[in-house]
Design a protein around this ligand. Structure first.
Ligand SMILES: C[S@@+](CC[C@H](N)C(=O)[O-])C[C@H]1O[C@@H](n2cnc3c(N)ncnc32)[C@H](O)[C@@H]1O
Length: 311
């Protein structure tokens, strides 16, 4: 059953972006355009929204969804890792706010043929940008056992990573692994029955790991966040929603790094580094969805929202 698309932490995003009529905002992860629409309502008639998504399907859906705001938007199919190039090419000046709502959107999960979901049988794909070459099928069938172990363990935080990698390598000696359900069966075989009963669907962590690898999600995030901070005006806000601990750690560390002032050794009588904080963290602890939101929208369950303001 397809789930209705509900934007996560919508009221909090609108509040923390500190939207005003005339604000210029970048939505780096347009997806189903739920956040974008609320942003546009708050900044109209003179505001402007640049929407970016690396998934062509998202851009096409967003065009329809936002058709009544056509004078106030520009939608670009690209990765937010190229934010500097996109903004320079389009002649942008500094902006009032940037939003990242990370991960995969409901419609990407709900289209079985995209291969993101372990609940539907489909070719192993998982590419957000379908023009890219590397697919989940390539990762599963060509990476060495050590590479698979390391990515499943690191990106999936899966303690059975080494066994899963061994079972994958063993299977592909006999045949190519082509579909999501073939991979789910291999994962189920690799994880002992007693462990399979805990911690959600047994394929969840491995699928997450392969998806992160296919889409280079963590590297893109780091680069995208650094660019976003550079493009903010003084007082401009960066709002990031992450859904898993690896992403959240990157966001937290970058925020911490940019909010640091003087880094002189403590024995220095006066500051010689001259370093000033570039941003101020507005959320000491991440904001999480209420129980009510988690119930209405199960996809929001693991969401964490962090906000930084440019100094
Ligand atoms: C959780 S959804 C965003 C949902 C959106 N905020 C809404 O209200 O509908 C994440 C979106 O980010 C896109 N995305 C993920 N990584 C990206 C990247 N590096 N560059 C551009 N888009 C990316 C995905 O294709 C997906 O459509």
């Amino acid at each position: 059953m397809k789930q209705e698309h509900i934007p996560v932490l919508l009221a909090e995003v609108v509040k923390y972006l500190n939207l005003k009529k005339g604000s210029v905002i970048i939505d780096c992860t347009l997806g189903g355009a739920g956040h974008a629409k609320a942003i546009l309502r708050a900044i109209k008639p003179s505001g402007f929204l640049l929407g970016i998504d690396q998934d062509e399907m998202a851009i096409n859906r967003a065009k329809k969804e936002l058709s009544s705001f056509s004078q106030q938007i520009k939608l670009v199919k690209d990765s937010f890792t190229n934010l500097d190039e996109i903004l320079m090419r389009d002649g942008f000046q500094k902006v009032d706010g940037v939003l990242f709502d990370l991960g995969v959107s409901s419609f990407q999960f709900d289209f079985p043929e995209r291969g993101f979901s372990y609940r539907f049988d489909a070719p192993l794909d998982m590419r957000m940008d379908t023009s890219q070459k590397l697919t989940a099928c390539d990762v599963v069938n060509t990476y060495s056992k050590d590479e698979l172990t390391s990515l499943i363990s690191q990106y999936g935080e899966e303690k059975w990573a080494s066994r899963i990698a061994s079972f994958v390598v063993e299977t592909r000696r006999r045949r190519m692994i082509q579909t999501t359900f073939e991979l789910v069966d291999i994962i189920k075989e690799a994880i002992p029955a007693s462990a399979r009963r805990k911690g959600g669907h047994p394929a969840k962590r491995t699928f997450q790991a392969i998806r992160i690898e296919v889409n280079g999600e963590l590297d893109s995030l780091e680069k995208g966040l650094r660019s976003a901070i550079r493009w903010l005006k003084t007082g401009g806000r960066l709002v990031v929603i992450s859904y898993q601990s690896l992403e959240d750690r990157i966001v937290k560390n970058i925020f911490k790094d940019y909010s640091k002032g003087c880094i002189c050794p403590p024995e220095m009588p006066i500051c010689v580094c001259g370093r000033k904080p570039i941003t101020k963290i507005l959320t000491k602890k991440p904001i999480k969805p209420s129980e009510g939101e988690k119930e209405r929208n199960p996809r929001s369950k693991s969401a964490k929202l962090r906000v930084a303001e440019k100094s």
